[in-house]
Ligand binder design. Structure first.
Ligand code: HEM
Length: 140
């Protein structure tokens, strides 16, 4: 397996890691552990940034991998893929503004936006893993 072939698997691991980091950060803030919440969120941001670089590299260097499933699973796959891509585009500015407000301790504004950002980011990460499983593992 060459480097490009490896990238979809690397991307899935990075996406799954983001889910875990988001969960850890959520649990920490529920316990009012602000420094720990901050650290896990910055880790989630770093992993997502790595993912973005790897994802772009993969799509610039590889042909499009066509989904091989048939029947009802096909519209389901595309609905998942489209919702994943659209929400990923919306998530990026939301994540940046939320992190900025968190780092500057604009707590009220941070909290207001974070209540939307966290579930959107989580959905994007989980659906990324499911798209990967459907495309490269289950229907290959
Ligand atoms: C994009 C990154 C981040 C996301 C998605 C995020 C998400 C969240 C969520 C979901 C909450 C709980 C909101 C609620 O009470 O329902 C929260 C609260 C909080 N976060 Fe973040 N957070 C991020 C980054 C940060 C950073 C870098 C800091 C820096 C210290 C921070 C500090 C806080 C604080 C102080 C609270 C409590 C605010 C309050 O209850 O008034 N967050 N965050």
């Amino acid at each position: 397996m060459n480097t490009t072939e490896l990238l979809p698997h690397v991307n899935a691991v990075l996406n799954a890691s983001t889910c875990v980091l988001l969960m850890l950060a959520r649990v920490q803030i529920a316990r009012r552990r602000i420094q720990s919440h901050r650290a896990w969120m910055l880790a989630a941001l770093a992993v997502s940034a790595l993912f973005l670089v790897s994802y772009i590299t993969y799509h610039l260097t590889s042909p499009i991998f066509v989904f091989r499933g048939h029947g009802l699973v096909r519209p389901l796959y595309y609905a998942l893929l489209i919702s994943h891509v659209l929400l990923a585009a919306i998530a990026i500015p939301m994540i940046l503004v939320t992190a900025w407000r968190g780092l500057h301790r604009s707590d009220v504004q941070h909290r207001r936006l974070a209540r939307w950002t966290w579930p959107v980011w989580m959905y994007v990460s989980v659906s990324g893993v499911v798209v990967y499983l459907m495309l490269y593992q289950i229907y290959r």
